[in-house]
Design a protein around this ligand. Structure first.
Ligand SMILES: NC(=O)C1=CN([C@@H]2O[C@H](COP(=O)(O)OP(=O)(O)OC[C@H]3O[C@@H](n4cnc5c(N)ncnc54)[C@H](OP(=O)(O)O)[C@@H]3O)[C@@H](O)[C@H]2O)C=CC1
Ligand SMILES: O=C/C=C/c1ccc(O)c(O)c1
Ligand SMILES: [Zn+2]
Ligand SMILES: [Zn+2]
Length: 366
């Protein structure tokens, strides 16, 4: 590594250049190491459905070139002089957020993901005016506040999906008081976030029903993930017999979908927690929530503290994510397969094992 803060680093990432969302090698520079910055050599980075939403401009605010990736596990290779949380050699994680104002109510309450001045790990602008770029890259420079230690006992590739998918389910269960054993939960959409939902909810002692768009994942859900029941959402009879049975639903569907069939599954005071990013209005008639005092709410990832808690929870409970590890050269196929619901359940890119700097020699720069 070059001497501390002396120069900007030139790194290689895989970037989308337009709304096709196709990623290709891209060379760019990172800021000099600031006093509170940690330089992270990326080892692994998970592929979240949000990476598709962003790379393909499905949220309408994408800027290119864009290096996605926000389930980043890496090794600390350099620290700024005022870094106290991390040391060179630590294995650490970086998630969706890399900056916040530190002054607003959410920041003071340590739920900085709800800061209106949050800085996203990619497709955003950092305090120095540069674009932020994510974890499908050889290296990131990140403020120590947004870097979590990966605890001993978690393999780095296993830890990657916990940094978004894992904490995204852990946080609302905790926040909404849904951690007591014996609760009956529904996991709607068995993908990257949903499969962590099954695992986390089971580890909390819940009775877990997977609600899926097909029966394809039934055997795995019941036999491997430990779900207690499995509903196919188009099976009207099965859905009707499960009416009024769930304390909560964790809804991870990434596209527009009807709400009423799922609201009907909730018991009195049941909660429907929306996690999927959907850019069109969802609809339901008011008696669907009035008659049963049901709540429809949402939740956004989790704080840095909750991320550390999620990692610890997974170590203590022996939870692992179910992943398919791929090289960076496969990332576009992986994105396509994720989009067509063909992964069990999270792709994780072996970034360090893909030699992207060497492979990209001669690739286009900014
Ligand atoms: N709120 C937050 O903080 C976060 C939000 N997200 C968002 O959550 C959503 C899910 O992310 P992720 O788990 O990575 O995505 P995945 O694609 O891995 O999983 C989504 C699952 O939803 C189901 N699904 C997919 N398409 C459809 C469809 N057309 N109709 C009905 N069901 C469908 C599938 O499950 P099945 O086969 O069982 O039907 C699929 O596996 C995304 O919108 C993502 O952006 C992600 C992370 C954090
Ligand atoms: O995957 C993590 C990000 C999720 C997300 C949630 C809500 C929203 O408006 C986004 O742009 C992203
Ligand atoms: Zn994500
Ligand atoms: Zn703030």
């Amino acid at each position: 590594m070059g001497s501390l803060a002396s120069e900007e680093r030139t790194v290689v990432g895989w970037a989308a250049r337009d709304a096709t969302g196709h990623l290709s090698p891209y060379t760019y520079t990172l800021r000099k190491t600031g006093p509170e910055d940690v330089v992270v050599k990326v080892l692994y980075c998970g592929i979240c459905h949000t990476d598709i939403h962003q790379a393909k401009n499905q949220l309408g605010a994408s800027k290119y070139p864009m290096v996605p990736g926000h389930e980043v596990v890496g090794e600390v290779v350099e620290v700024g002089p005022e870094v106290s949380k991390h040391s060179v050699g630590d294995v650490v994680g970086v998630g969706v957020i890399v900056g916040c104002c530190r002054e607003c109510r959410p920041c003071k309450a340590n739920v900085e993901q709800y800061c209106n001045k949050r800085i996203w790990s990619y497709n955003d602008v950092y305090t120095d005016g540069r674009p932020t770029q994510g974890g499908f890259a050889s290296t990131m420079v990140v403020d120590q506040k947004f870097v979590v230690k990966i605890p001993a006992g978690l393999a780095p590739e296993q830890a990657a999906p916990l940094l978004c998918a894992g904490v995204t389910v852990y946080s609302p269960l905790k926040h909404f008081g849904l951690t007591s054993p014996g609760l009956r939960g529904g996991i709607l959409g068995l993908g990257g976030v949903g499969h962590m939902g099954v695992k986390v909810a089971k580890a909390m002692g819940h009775h877990v029903t997977v609600i899926s768009s097909s029966s394809k994942k039934r055997a795995e859900a019941m036999d491997h993930l430990g779900a207690d029941a499995y509903l196919v959402s188009s099976d009207a009879e099965a859905m009707a017999s499960a009416a009024d049975s769930l304390d909560y639903i964790i809804d991870t569907i990434p596209v527009h979908h009807p709400m009423e069939p799922y609201l009907a599954l909730l018991k009195l005071d049941g909660k429907h927690v929306l996690l999927g990013v959907i850019g069109e209005p969802l609809s339901f008639v008011s008696p669907m929530v009035m008659l049963g005092r049901k709540s429809i709410t949402g939740s956004f990832i989790g704080s840095v503290d909750e991320t550390a808690e999620t990692l610890q929870f997974c170590v203590e409970k022996g939870l692992t994510s179910q992943i398919e590890v791929v090289k960076m050269g496969y990332v576009n196929e992986a994105l396509e397969r994720l989009e067509r619901n063909d992964v069990r359940y999270r792709f994780v890119v072996d970034v360090a094992g893909s030699n992207i700097e060497e492979a990209a020699a001669g690739a286009p720069t900014s």
